[in-house]
Each structure stands twice: as C-alpha cells, then as structure tokens.
Design a binder for this molecule. Structure first.
Ligand code: RTP
Ligand code: MG
Length: 150
C-alpha cells in the first residue's frame, strides 16, 4: 500500500537511531567538591541512562593509557598529577547520540570559556581541574570503557 512502510522499512528506521554508549568520569576535583550527584543528575535529567559505575583511584599507568593521545604534550605532567590525585567516579552512559550529548552537557575544555548551563561552565575555572571527562567519539568510548570496565 503506498505511503505505508513495509515491516522491513520500519526496522531500518529503528536501526538508524544512533543509540550509543559513552564513558564519563567525574575527575578528582569533582569528587572532592561533592559534585558526583550533580553530574549524574544532569545526565539523567537529559534522558541518558547510567548503565555501569565504579569509584577508583587512577594510577600512573592507567593515566598514560587513558590520556595516550596527550602523552607528548607539555601539559601532560600536570594532567597526570591531577588525574591521579584522588578518587574518580567512572561511568558508562547509554542513549541516542550519547557521546555528543554528554560532551555538550559538559561544555568546552576550558571552564572559563564553557557556556553557563554546562557542567564546566557552572562549576569550573581552571583548565586542568575541569570536573568531568567525556569520550570524544564512539571509538574513544569503546577504548575507554575497556580500560575502566574490563
Ligand atoms: P577530557 O579528555 O578530560 O574530557 O577533556 P577534553 O576532551 O575537553 O580535552 P582534551 O583536549 O582531551 O584534554 C584533556 C585534558 O587535558 C587538560 N588540558 N590542559 N593546559 C592545556 O592547554 C590543556 N589542554 C588540555 C584538560 O584538563 C583536559 O580536560
Ligand atoms: Mg579529551
């Protein structure tokens, strides 16, 4: 019948919805400041689903693997010292376009430039101590989830 999609076409439509999972982590400054609940609440209210979580302290080896792309950068020593400075809260979140949605809720890297209404924009000031991490692509999400939830 014209205009009525066949069951196969409907299946394709459902399949095209980009349900993703992403890795989000409250960094040591966020844990110290009691912002774990705030971060969870914002992502939950947006409609993302929390599917796994654990608290841990990152050691130097995990820091180097997680931030492998930044190992040669001048800021890496400060970044490594900070990310290993206390417990973090590591999470897996799921939902439509979860990678980009989580990043948009976080705001840009430098909290001074992050828009009000974002996590970094509302709670941060320093580039290193920017409260939260989120995967920057679906491939990064799979790699990072493997590091923290293997
Ligand atoms: P993240 O990976 O932590 O979610 O942050 P991001 O994607 O927004 O930023 P990225 O470029 O991946 O940088 C990782 C972390 O390194 C610190 N950083 N410092 N001093 C600097 O120029 C500088 N640039 C980056 C930040 O803490 C950033 O979150
Ligand atoms: Mg990054």
């Amino acid at each position: 019948m014209p205009g009525v999609p066949s069951p196969a076409a409907r299946d394709e439509e459902v399949g095209s919805v980009a349900v993703q999972r992403t890795f989000v982590m409250v960094k040591p400054d966020g844990v110290r400041r009691g912002l774990v609940g705030e971060v969870i609440s914002r992502l939950e209210r947006k409609g993302l689903r929390l599917t796994r979580a654990r608290m841990l302290t990152i050691d130097a080896d995990l820091a180097a693997r997680h931030y492998a792309e930044h190992l040669a950068k001048p800021f890496y020593p400060d970044l490594a010292a900070f990310i290993t400075s206390g417990p973090v809260f590591a999470m897996e979140w799921e939902g439509e376009e979860a990678v980009e949605v989580a990043r948009s809720l976080m705001g840009v890297t430098d909290p001074k430039k992050a828009a009000p209404g974002t996590i970094r924009g509302d709670f941060g000031l320093l580039t290193t101590e920017n409260i939260v991490h989120g995967s920057d692509s679906p491939a990064s999400a799979e790699r990072e989830l493997g590091l923290f939830f293997s």
